[in-house]
Design a protein around this ligand. Structure first.
Ligand code: DOR
Ligand code: ZN
Length: 353
């Protein structure tokens, strides 16, 4: 049901989050769990979550950190390395401990040092995943430092993803956090058969690369893949709001401490969990397709992963005013996380239950 002032949809899921561990986990988890019923939890901890046993321990840590009264199901992933064990992955998937495996090309991003150095090295593992129907989640950036940083996603698609999908056509693949027209076109063209999909973040729908350099360097707008030119942002808005089922919500909310961001070598990652759904609503509303938020946020992800749509509902409301700047979030050990600040006012919010 939708009208101009509010929108009620089945409770959404977040198909790409970084929850971290320890005090950081405790600080950020409530924001995600308050709104989203389930989330695909990224495995790039230090050390990374490389086995089903580790994934189970990490799931237990997340559930233990969950505030009382909140229902939330973490969907666990395994971090692929050159040494990944196909039997362990397949068994973890069969046992319901792990939902998917994540490919970080070595050195592509935060905590990707242990990532895969050559996709061919994990072909036996990927073949097994294809056989058991376990999705491969991809950080799609080429890692050759000679490639221009703004071209790395498009080069990855041509050089790695296309050959991979030719070799393993039945492997289910999610190209995570897409940032380019090339990715939008490729997934639109190839995603019809339900084997290829893409997540899109709220921040990549809201900012282009200028945001990082407005009057100076703005580390809180820096993430990987890095935001691209305006024409790419427009291409993302177009496919996200198109009603095409191969595009769905994945925030890639990625908390770092303020000190780690505001540094001579600031970390990649944007924290959006505090108001992610409202940010998406803003984008869909401005595009004139608020009616399509429901499928993007609540239906297409479950369909791709073969899971039921959530039963309960959530209501968003549009108000006359934005809530203004959001203060830094404090971790239990006194560190700050600076939330994403959109460049124009957000007038959507979650209605109080
Ligand atoms: O900006 C990013 N931050 N991109 C990633 O791929 C990883 C993430 C993180 O873990 O901080
Ligand atoms: Zn991520």
């Amino acid at each position: 049901m939708s009208n101009h002032e509010n929108l009620t949809i089945p409770r959404p899921d977040d198909w790409h989050v970084h929850l971290r561990d320890g005090e950081m986990l405790k600080a950020v988890l409530p924001f995600t769990a308050r709104v989203f019923a389930r989330a695909i939890v990224m495995p790039n901890l230090k050390p990374p979550v490389t086995t089903a046993a580790r994934a189970k321990m990490y799931r237990d840590e997340i559930l233990a950190a969950l505030p009382k009264g909140l229902k939330f199901e973490p969907l666990m992933t395994i971090y692929l390395t050159d040494a990944s064990d196909a039997d362990d992955l397949a068994q973890g998937h069969k046992d319901g401990i792990v939902t998917a495996a994540k490919l970080y090309p070595a050195h592509a991003t935060t905590n990707a040092e242990a990532g895969v150095t050559d996709i061919k090295k994990i072909y036996p593992v990927l073949k097994r995943m294809q056989a058991v129907g376990m999705p491969l989640l991809v950080h799609g950036e080429a890692t050759d430092p000679d490639i221009d940083i703004f071209d790395r996603e498009a080069v990855f698609i041509d050089k790695i993803l296309k050959p991979l999908r030719r070799d393993l056509p039945d492997l289910k693949v999610v190209l995570e956090h897409i940032t380019t027209q090339e990715a939008a076109d490729y997934v639109s063209a190839e995603g019809e058969n339900g084997k290829l999909a893409a997540t899109i973040t709220a921040h990549h729908l809201l900012i282009n690369r200028n945001a990082m350099f407005m009057g100076g360097m703005r580390p809180h707008y820096y993430c990987l893949p890095v935001a691209k030119r305006e024409k790419h942002r427009e291409a993302l808005v177009k496919v996200a709001t198109s009603g095409a089922p191969m595009f769905f919500l994945g925030t890639d909310t990625a908390p770092h401490t303020r000190a780690a961001k505001e540094s001579a070598c600031g970390c990649a990652g944007i924290f959006t969990a505090h108001n992610a759904l409202a940010l998406y609503a803003q984008v869909f509303d401005e595009a004139g397709h608020l009616d399509r938020l429901e499928s993007f946020a609540s239906r297409f992800g479950p369909a791709f992963y073969g899971l039921p749509v959530n039963n309960d509902l959530i209501t968003l409301e549009k108000s006359k005013h934005s809530e203004g700047d959001i203060k830094p979030i404090l971790t239990g050990d006194g560190r700050q996380i600076v939330p994403f600040a959109p460049l124009s006012p957000v007038v959507w919010r979650i209605a109080e239950r």
